[in-house]
Ligand binder design. Structure first.
Ligand SMILES: [Zn+2]
Length: 90
């Protein structure tokens, strides 16, 4: 027997399912949108990531040897060691 109370409960249940479904769909869409934005952000940051941050110029790690005396020095700042075949200015 279908009492008004049962009809009311059925309607309430139907409404709960309907709103639950709507909420689930909204949540799904929100999650997808969030994921898409994250991927977009990752894509935007990707071109800059392969280039390493500029190494501070310590003048230590790009030493060049003198072909005559075999001493190492900073290119451009090297002084002649006195040998005749030293390419650096005295
Ligand atoms: Zn030299």
């Amino acid at each position: 027997m279908l009492t008004p109370m049962k009809v009311f409960l059925l309607l309430l249940l139907a409404a709960a399912i309907w709103y639950g479904f709507k909420f689930w769909r909204w949540q799904n869409r929100f999650r997808k949108e969030f994921q898409r934005q994250m991927e977009e952000a990752a894509q935007f940051s990707r071109p800059t990531s392969p280039t390493p941050p500029p190494v501070p110029d310590t003048g230590i790690d790009d030493l060049a040897p003198c072909p005559a005396c075999n001493t190492y020095g900073v290119p451009g700042q090297m002084k002649s060691c006195g040998r005749a075949d030293c390419p650096y200015p005295g």
